[in-house]
Design a protein around this ligand. Structure first.
Ligand SMILES: C[S@@+](CC[C@H](N)C(=O)[O-])C[C@H]1O[C@@H](n2cnc3c(N)ncnc32)[C@H](O)[C@@H]1O
Length: 148
C-alpha cells in the first residue's frame, strides 16, 4: 500500500521528519499542495480527510469533494472524520462539544461543524450517491464514508 500526505508547503519539513522517524519512506510520500487550488493525484482508492471539512465553508467543501471524486478510482472511498453536528442524539455532552467547536471554528477560521445531511448535500452534488455514518467513541465525532 502506498500513501500520499497532501498538505501546504510549510508542513513538508514536519511530515518528512515523521516519515523518516517511522522508516516509512518506501510507502509514504509528502506532496506540498493547496487542495483548494491544485489538482489532487489521480487513480487513488481511498482519500482520508480527517479534521479538514470543519475549516471549509459549504462551497469550498463542494469544490474539494468534486476534486476528490475526480481523483478516486471507480469504487473508491472518500472518508471524512470530523465533529458531526447532531450525531449524539440526546447526549448533552455531544451537543455541547459540537456546539462549542462550531462557535470556535466560526470565530477562528470561518468554518463550522456539519451534520450528516449537510455533508450529504455537498458530497452528493460532487457525485457521491452512497454515504454512511459511523459514530466514534469520542463525543461528537464520527466518520462519513462516501462511495464512488
Ligand atoms: C485541523 S488540521 C488536521 C490535520 C490532520 N488531518 C489531523 O487530523 O490531525 C488541518 C490541516 O489541513 C491543512 N490544510 C488546510 N487548508 C489546506 C489547503 N488549502 N491545502 C492543503 N492543506 C490544507 C492544514 O495545514 C492542516 O495540516
Amino acid at each position: 500500500m502506498k500513501a500520499i500526505i497532501v498538505d501546504l508547503p510549510p508542513v513538508k519539513k514536519y511530515a518528512e521528519e515523521c516519515i523518516s522517524k517511522y522508516n516509512a519512506s518506501k510507502n509514504v510520500t509528502f506532496l506540498p499542495s493547496d487542495f483548494m487550488k491544485d489538482e489532487l493525484p489521480k487513480g487513488v482508492d481511498i482519500i482520508l480527510a480527517f479534521n479538514i471539512i470543519h475549516g471549509l465553508n459549504p462551497a469550498e467543501n463542494e469544490t474539494l469533494a468534486q476534486k476528490i471524486f475526480k481523483s478516486l478510482n471507480p469504487g473508491g472511498m472518500y472518508i471524512i472524520l470530523d465533529q458531526i453536528k447532531g450525531i449524539g442524539g440526546s447526549s448533552q455532552m455531544s451537543k455541547a462539544t459540537t456546539s462549542f467547536m462550531a462557535l470556535n471554528l466560526l470565530h477562528q477560521a470561518g468554518g463550522k461543524t456539519y451534520s450528516k445531511s449537510e455533508i450529504d448535500t455537498f458530497t452528493n452534488k460532487a457525485g457521491f450517491n452512497k454515504t454512511e455514518l459511523k459514530k466514534l467513541n469520542a463525543p461528537g465525532f464520527g466518520i462519513v464514508i462516501c462511495h464512488k
